[in-house]
Design a protein around this ligand. Structure first.
Ligand SMILES: C[S@@+](CC[C@H](N)C(=O)[O-])C[C@H]1O[C@@H](n2cnc3c(N)ncnc32)[C@H](O)[C@@H]1O
Length: 580
């Protein structure tokens, strides 16, 4: 083999490559805390050597972290009597890799009074002006536009956002928008129960080209399955009750990647006359095995919330190893709000009447195969457990194949009737009791677009506004135009984009054609924005996206003449008609 001459130029390139690899490794290992590592690298790339004590003081990194990074950088360092310094030839590369010019001073302060931040505040006012009206029973109390900017600035100054994933659990305050306006290299997902908020955020993100994606969930029922173990930082302004905070924090912990360095930031303050309430929340935080790194009083300002002085604190927490098992044990509360029918302090409602009513739907001879699902403590199978264990979140096994499922969904968002069926549950029949909200949302009749999708697997019946009855249909009874949807419903473990592609390939095969995956991908992209379904499961999509998916999947598919001979050419299948 020909030897490569070891010229200085060659050595320089090799050194650069090694440095790129090393910084890349440090960024992966340190996650959100890589920002502190960047500060360290930038000090080392300075004009004068720096000793270890000054590196610790100048960055806020522990001595151990500083020594570890120095050891890994040995090949690129000059170790002088006055301290360490990166070799002059490596300085430009290191400064570029550590993005030294983009570092802000660490700390949770207000942004400086310069034009950039004034403009951002103005933009956030525009964004907030389009928000749908607040919903009292969901504890909506909007934070000010300045607060959204302060949150974004604090996250940007203190955590490595580039390449990391932030989850906003509930985002009526539009923190996701402020954050991505400041730092477009971060990926942000918003989860909310309020479809209007998800719509507003998705529209802003589209119009302003921001990396924000949305998923629907009623956190009382579940965390969207695609987010389990998938994010680096969780931000939430939860309902200000101990039960609300426990639920939102537990879901947040479930979403954090199981590795060191993740953070949960939440907002909360108690009324100064009720310190016992504050203590209860502290106990909730400890019970979840979250270590509190800081509580910053008066960080968030609200239009309203006068009982707490229109301000609340920002709590910064770090999960310990026991946080994940603790979070799994503490989920599924329904009375979490400060006001309304589902306020934490509302006396317990009698729930036994709903299962008894549902039982009336099942003939006696089916009694043995019946499974009851509820949200109360007394339910034999809780909705939270079912959603955590059935695909796509779990491996299944609790719902007996062929069973009749009677589910009391009156305490959660009524869309869980279709969201359960979109998981392709292996039941013979499912009967759901839903709240009166179902009528307002148009879910009490078959003409809702999502029911058209569900009809690919279940025959549907509607009894009044509040009972939905679904019976599984054998595949032979499913017409061709529903087969794509049926394929997806029959593969609940698969993410939507993959299952949909496979379904199109299978459809083409049935028509005697050949479609390759890339063509299937293009057909899908022609009918829905691929970003709105990327990485998602069908059951967690916002309703607007589900409507678009339903229209695309069910668009009339004219079955062409079958080809009698084996096909050698690749011919696209019938394109999906794009509906507006
Ligand atoms: C609880 S509110 C707190 C106050 C906040 N400053 C605001 O005005 O919305 C925060 C967010 O949580 C959402 N939310 C409320 N209940 C929820 C639930 N059960 N599941 C998911 N999100 C929920 C609300 O729609 C809202 O966007």
């Amino acid at each position: 083999m020909e030897r490569v001459p070891e010229t200085d130029a060659y050595r320089g390139v090799a050194d650069d490559d090694a440095l790129v690899r090393l910084v890349d490794e440090l960024s992966t290992e340190h996650g959100l805390e890589f920002i502190t590592t960047r500060r360290l690298l930038c000090l080392l790339a300075g004009t004068r050597p720096t000793d270890v004590a000054s590196l610790v003081r100048g960055t806020g990194a522990s001595r151990r972290r500083v020594e570890e990074v120095l050891a890994r950088l040995t090949d690129h360092l000059d170790d002088t009597a006055d301290g360490y310094r990166v070799r002059p030839s490596a300085v430009p590369t290191l400064r570029r890799l550590a993005r030294c010019d983009a570092l802000l001073p660490a700390g949770f302060t207000d942004p400086p009074p310069d034009r950039r931040w004034t403009q951002l505040r103005e933009r956030m006012r525009v964004a907030a002006a389009g928000l749908p009206p607040s919903v009292w029973r969901l504890d909506h109390v909007p934070a000010t536009a300045d607060t959204a900017v302060r949150r974004a600035y604090a996250l940007w100054a203190n955590y490595e956002l580039a390449g990391n994933h932030v989850l906003c659990l509930g985002d009526h305050d539009l923190t996701s928008i402020a954050l991505t306006l400041v730092s477009p290299e971060v990926a942000v997902t918003v989860v909310d129960i309020d479809e209007r908020i998800l719509d507003h955020i998705a529209t802003l993100a589209d119009d302003w080209r921001l990396p924000v994606r949305c998923a629907f969930a009623d956190l009382r029922a579940e965390l969207p399955p695609s987010l389990r173990d998938g994010v680096d930082l969780v931000f939430t302004d939860p309902p200000y009750t101990p039960a609300g905070i426990e639920l939102f924090l537990a879901r947040g912990v479930g979403a954090l990647r199981r590795r060191r360095g993740g953070r949960v930031l939440f907002c909360y303050s108690h009324n100064e006359r009720q310190p016992a309430r504050g203590l209860e929340v502290q106990n909730v935080v400890s019970g979840l095995h979250l270590a509190v790194e800081g509580v910053l009083p008066r960080f968030n300002a609200f239009d309203g919330a006068e009982s707490i002085g229109s301000h609340s604190a920002l709590w910064i927490c770090q999960p310990t190893a026991n946080a994940w098992p603790a979070a799994e044990r503490r989920t599924g509360a329904v009375a979490i709000y400060t006001r309304g029918r589902q306020a934490e302090e509302t006396a317990a409602r009698p729930v036994a009447s709903v299962p008894a009513r549902l039982r009336g739907y099942v003939p006696l001879d089916e009694g043995a195969a019946v499974q009851l699902v509820g949200t109360g403590d007394g339910a034999p199978l809780s909705l939270d457990t079912l959603l955590r264990t059935e695909p796509p979140a779990g491996q299944g096994g609790l719902v007996r194949p062929g069973a009749v499922l009677l589910a009391d969904l009156t305490e959660v968002h009524p869309s869980y009737a279709y969201r359960l069926l979109l998981r392709g549950l292996p039941v013979r029949r499912a009967v759901f009791a839903v709240s009166a909200q179902a009528r307002k949302l148009g879910l009490h009749a078959a003409d809702h677009p999502v029911w058209r999708l569900v009809a690919a697997k279940y025959r549907l019946g509607f009894d009044g506004a509040d009972v939905i009855d679904a019976t599984a249909s054998p595949i032979e009874e499913v017409p061709e135009e529903l087969r794509t949807a049926r394929y997806v419903l029959d593969h609940p473990k698969a993410r939507l984009a993959g299952a949909w592609r496979e379904a199109l390939v299978a459809q083409a095969r049935r028509q005697g054609r050949v479609l390759v995956k890339n063509q299937a991908r293009q057909l899908i992209a022609a009918s829905v924005d691929p970003r709105s379904i990327e990485d998602r499961y069908l059951c967690e999509l916002p309703e607007r996206v589900l409507g678009a998916v339903a229209r695309a999947m069910l668009a009339a598919v004219a079955v062409p003449e079958p080809v009698s001979e084996p096909v050698s050419d690749i011919v696209p299948a019938q394109p999906i008609v794009k509906h507006s």
